[in-house]
Write a protein that binds this ligand. Structure first.
Ligand SMILES: Cc1cc2nc3c(=O)[nH]c(=O)nc-3n(C[C@H](O)[C@H](O)[C@H](O)COP(=O)(O)O)c2cc1C
Length: 327
């Protein structure tokens, strides 16, 4: 079994899930600084172009991974670049895999679970759970070109679990080093429950490590998923965004809640990173409001919701400083 890229404390890896529209480089870097003890961060998906004559450069990859993340050895080792592949993108997947291998990006993930209608329509993401010939060919192409740690993030299947065992075995046989399983079907999107029994099944049927994912909302849930399934680590998405202290609380056996000063300093760092990237103020404002809305639910709803109507970045920033700490 290949070992995972180095992390701070590998005892039981906790992984911050990819969330499209949230987990960009400024967000990931600020989480690592303000809410430590996450072992790994996934980028949201990088769409591999389906146009066979598309040209690739390091710059495109760095734009997604984060230039500053790449230059910071510690953060680079903790960051997983995720590709969203489609049945049309075999050759391009291989070319991009070669590029990121040459860049010594230590962990590459293939998204085989995205349920979105648009992605599915382009024969990408979860579509490949029902097109195993193309899935195999794409994984082979990537594996051939990428020298480091390769994983796949999957769901159970498109409408049911009929192909599940075949899918996980295929990935293992083709040289994938780790599987993250979100045990819902594509048809479920985010409805129903994440069925952890399939995580147990994958752990029992595979020799490679399995990361469990889905509906982990508390430190108790982390513990329960670990005990019930025997998974190698736990990935947390929505609840990691609303409560980024989950990793620290689990590892240090504490029960801290996010405080206003913590959130305020965090948002300030996200803002600075965007300004450094020359992002337009209105876009920064939009992004900060979204983060405040998601992360502020744990603090003082009333004070925070008033700030969501602010029309410009300066007024928004000033108003944040006025919020009375609730600690
Ligand atoms: C808004 C949103 C965006 C997401 N974007 C991605 C993505 O880019 N790549 C991916 O593999 N999964 C993505 N996911 C799925 C999550 O990574 C995770 O698998 C899912 O939310 C289940 O975990 P949770 O119950 O801990 O949230 C996304 C989920 C949501 C809700």
């Amino acid at each position: 079994m290949k070992s995972l890229p180095r992390s701070i404390d590998n005892a039981f890896p906790l992984i911050f899930a990819p969330i499209d529209g949230i987990t960009d480089a400024p967000f990931r870097s600020a989480i690592d600084k303000h809410f430590p003890r996450w072992d790994y961060f996934f980028t949201d998906f990088f769409r591999v172009p389906s146009n066979p004559s598309a040209r690739f450069s390091e710059k495109i990859i760095l734009g997604h991974l984060g230039d500053s993340v790449y230059r910071n050895q510690k953060l680079r080792q903790k960051t997983v670049l995720q590709f969203l592949v489609s049945a049309h993108g075999k050759k391009q997947s291989g070319q991009l895999a070669k590029l990121v291998s040459d860049m010594e990006i230590p962990w590459l993930d293939i998204n085989v679970g995205c349920p979105s209608k648009k992605v599915f329509g382009h024969q990408g993401g979860a579509y490949l759970l029902g097109d195993l010939d193309n899935l195999r060919a794409i994984v082979q192409e990537i594996r051939k070109n990428y020298l480091y740690f390769l994983s796949a993030k999957i769901r159970l299947g498109i409408n049911d679990d009929a192909n599940f065992t075949e899918i996980i075995k295929l990935l293992q046989d083709e040289g994938v080093d780790l599987i993250t399983l979100h045990p819902r079907t594509r048809a479920q999107f985010y409805n129903g429950k994440s069925n952890w029994q399939y995580i147990t099944q994958a752990v029992q049927q595979l020799n490679i490590p399995v990361i469990g994912n889905g509906d982990v909302n508390s430190t108790d849930d982390i513990w329960r998923m670990k005990e019930e399934t025997g998974c190698y680590g736990v990935m947390i998405g929505r609840s990691a965004v609303t409560n980024p202290l989950l990793a620290k609380n689990y590892k240090e056996k504490t029960d801290q809640n996010l405080t206003w000063p913590q959130l305020s300093l965090f948002l300030d760092d996200v803002k600075i990173a965007y300004l450094e990237q020359n992002v337009e103020p209105w876009q920064i404002l939009k992004r900060l409001k979204l983060l405040l809305k998601l992360m502020g639910t744990m603090i003082d709803g009333q004070q925070i919701y008033q700030r969501l109507t602010m029309k410009n970045l300066i007024a928004f920033e000033n108003s944040l400083k006025e919020i009375i700490p609730t600690t």
